[in-house]
Ligand binder design. Structure first.
Ligand code: ACM
Length: 550
């Protein structure tokens, strides 16, 4: 086998690559795998995922760095998620990681070095691997929170496709999966003590096809939910890939599906909540939770089951939403007004803040940390709470300066449901144009922060809302290739734009598209949508011009 002519087109880019002396190394059917203490997840992954793609059985090795071997070692001298991968010409490959996670990220790099066919499920052709040139790669992440949010409420992602996405996150060294489980249009997690949440709340009789301004409907009943065992399976699958799952139970807005199931959760003194069903269209919904003790106890019951399903080791954060809660019903509701007076919280914003603080106290007492959308800052926030800064940078800056941890996910930059080109062929186009290059140039840390505040920007996340993403291929189209650019933003220690070398990224993407092809990802091709990726005639809601810099 011949050595690869070009340096490895790694995505995300590593910190440093140094060429080694001598020839390369190509694993073959006799190559052994030695897995040191704490590297079991990577050992299992290499043997069950990468080995079968290339026809490599990877039998267990007896010693470190034996002739013709792969060696996995935890090395405390490295940062927890950092790794050092060395290809020793003619001999083998050693991956050292600061923890099991670091070793796993190193193995993701190894897969890229092995070539695009290692991203398949079974060998094509001979399965022989090309020589990997002798080299040393030293690498580690810029941010500890490198996330993607998937909305499974507006459109449901089957558990097998959720796990496929966990694999896609892992392949891009992303380590947080924010699981948006509840919204007006569907409740997607089984809660044993409240069976109607899924019996009633998990399906709707029809669905708006396109943006809410579209005239079109899909007239089929639509639904789906995860059983508690499905959730356990997803959480375990994520943990095996060193991915943290952040479940989101959205309160007090975005709750119509829950109210449809249990009408007493809504403002019964304002509207006939018993007439509600899970919402069939999109937008900001006026039907919000009532601020009663009954509602609080109900959601504590939900969260008790959520905490059991998402253990603290892999889900230290619980997301409680807090976004887009219109206050009209509370203004009209004698019950809500009495509550405002009784609590002395001033007005409806104070009431919302009080609800969020209630759950912050409740979660903190149970060893978890609350995270919410940036509206939770309004009216003051408890000290340990963290913020997903989505309406722009401003709330994140304010939160970080006030000492809160912040995940930067401004909609102007990293909402991947937004269209990725200005042309007429983008399917169901919504939002600002956010090209691959725009995402590549996104900088999560705004200028001018104090050093203390900068340390509170714990990371960044791309958000995938699914109102106009009806199925897996639509999600793939919106998410890829932009998630590859996002991964580089989140992982690689690159200087802030404009110094980021987009031309080099584009060059590396030529190789990365072959990996995505092998994985079966329906990405947007650089030349625009393929005929079956278009959705002609469906009204979207494109926003014109550059996004405001907020
Ligand atoms: C959001 O986009 N409503 C968080």
């Amino acid at each position: 086998m011949t050595a690869e002519a070009n340096p490895p087109d790694l995505i995300p880019a590593p910190r440093a690559v140094e060429n080694g002396a001598g020839g390369g190394f190509a694993p073959d059917a006799r190559t052994t795998l030695y897995a040191g203490a704490g590297t079991g997840s990577t050992e299992r992954w290499l043997r069950s995922v990468v080995g079968p793609a290339l026809g490599l059985p990877l039998p267990p090795g007896e010693t470190e760095n034996a002739e013709n071997s792969l060696t996995l070692l935890v090395d405390d001298n490295l940062e927890p998620e950092a790794y050092r991968l060395e290809v020793v010409g003619g001999r083998g490959i050693e991956i050292r990681g600061g923890s099991g996670a670091g070793v796993f990220w190193g193995a993701q790099t190894l897969r890229q070095l092995l070539g695009a066919d290692s991203f398949r499920r079974a060998p094509i052709g001979s399965g022989a691997v090309h020589d990997i040139p002798a080299q040393i790669i030293e690498d580690g992440p810029r941010f500890s929170w490198r996330g993607m949010m998937l909305d499974v409420s507006r459109h449901f992602t089957h558990k097998t496709d959720v796990m496929r996405y966990l694999d896609l996150l892992a392949a891009h060294k992303l380590n947080v999966f924010h699981f948006h489980l509840t919204d007006d249009q569907g409740w997607r997690i089984e809660i044993k003590r409240y069976p109607r949440l899924t019996e009633v709340g998990s399906w709707r009789s029809r669905t708006k096809w396109g943006h809410r301004f579209s005239e079109l409907w899909d007239d089929k009943p639509y639904g789906g939910y995860y059983t508690q065992d499905d959730i356990r399976e997803i959480v375990a699958y994520a943990a095996e890939r060193h991915i943290t799952v952040v479940p989101e139970i959205d309160v007090p807005g975005h709750s119509q599906a829950a109210i449809a199931a249990y009408p007493e959760l809504g403002n019964t003194d304002v509207i006939d909540t018993a007439s509600l069903s899970p919402w069939e269209t999109w937008g900001i919904n006026p039907n919000v939770l009532s601020p009663t003790d009954n509602t609080l106890r109900f959601y504590e019951g939900v969260l008790e089951e959520v905490l059991e399903l998402f253990p603290v080791q892999t889900s230290p954060f619980i997301h409680i939403g807090g976004d887009e809660c219109p206050k009209d019903q509370w203004k009209q509701s004698p019950t809500a007004q009495a509550r405002i007076a009784e609590l002395g919280v001033g007005d409806e914003d104070g009431l919302q803040s009080w609800i969020i603080r209630h759950f912050d106290t409740w979660l903190t007492a149970r060893g978890r940390r609350l995270i919410g959308w940036d509206e939770i800052l309004e009216g003051g926030l408890a000290p340990g709470a963290a913020v997903s800064s989505w309406r722009g940078y401003a709330a994140g800056i304010e939160a970080a300066e006030a000492g809160h941890d912040v995940v930067m996910c401004p909609e102007q930059h990293v909402y991947l449901d937004f269209r990725q080109d200005g042309g007429p062929d983008e399917p169901m186009p919504i939002g600002y144009i956010r090209t691959l290059e725009d995402v590549y140039r996104f900088e999560p840390v705004p200028p001018g922060l104090s050093p203390e505040a900068e340390a509170h920007i714990i990371g960044t996340q791309a958000n995938v809302w699914t109102e106009v993403l009806q199925e897996r291929s639509r999600i793939d189209y919106q998410v890829f290739p932009r998630l590859a650019a996002f991964a580089e933003v989140a992982w690689s220690r690159l200087p802030a734009s404009p110094e980021r070398d987009y031309a080099d990224f584009e060059r590396r993407m030529a190789t990365h598209y072959r990996r995505l092809d092998a994985l079966g990802v329906d990405y947007r091709p650089p030349g625009g949508p393929l005929p079956w990726q278009k959705r002609p005639g469906v009204t979207g809601f494109p926003r014109e011009g550059a996004p405001p810099n907020v």
